[in-house]
Design a protein around this ligand. Sequence first.
Ligand code: GUN
Length: 286
Amino acid sequence: MEVLNGNQVSKSLKIAIKAEVEQLKKDGKKTPHLAAILVGNDGASMTYVAAKEKDCKEVGFDSTVLRFDSSITEEELLNEVIKINNNPAIDGLIVQLPLPKHISEKRVTETIDYHKDVDGFHPMNVGLMFKGLPSFLPATPFGIVKLLEHYGIETSGKHCVVIGRSDIVGKPMSALMLQKNCTVTVCHSKTKNIEEHILMADIIIAAVGIPEYLKASMVKEGAIVVDVGITRVDDSNNPKGYVLKGDVDYANVSSKCSWITPVPGGVGPMTRVGLLLNTLEAVKRK
Ligand code: GUN
């Protein structure tokens, strides 16, 4: 078994992004600027936004974080999005999800100018992606494709089973693997005989959000396993009060597969680099 090392690959991609930013600046072009909107004080969301800010700094991007109390109304939030849409200094905008219940994530996502939608969640970008046209790809599937490409993983003619059908990971992942000439099966909570499908996979993308869901008995010998899960599981022995668990029973699955992503250090850092690549692309397209 070999490890698909997201930490290492993301580091080398960030060095390349930084060099491109320096070149843009030398050429008198714009410094990429990413804005993030954070509503409320969900622990995971605050951690993710802080990480995105740190990443921007590392590669030489400008970044702005707009923080709002969870009592903000939908209309007020939409007005903030429109202000950023109209601000030429800002190239990319993400609104960290989830949002409070009284705000429609659909309305917010659809209000972002799709030219600045570096999350790739706007229906325009989703449509372009499904047609294989230039678009902003959602950061996690984008990062996973980059990781597989880095290690020269053959996808053509392979059977890829995606477990999970979310708008953020499962659906776009299936589209991208199809474009990479895989035969794709998408499994979800209503799939019958799910283990039979997964056992046929050459490549498994686990994006269910259930800690250690994927057991060794569900994995074909020599399969490639990509673990998208990152769930906080309470652990009083840990100073943080929790540990991060993936969707894969790593201890038992790893000995059975040919390649595997660890958690942490696999998909997570590649997702972060996917967002940076999209923000850089937003500037280059101008
Ligand atoms: N919440 C969980 N993942 C994401 C993501 O990729 N983008 C945004 N905006 N919110 C998220």
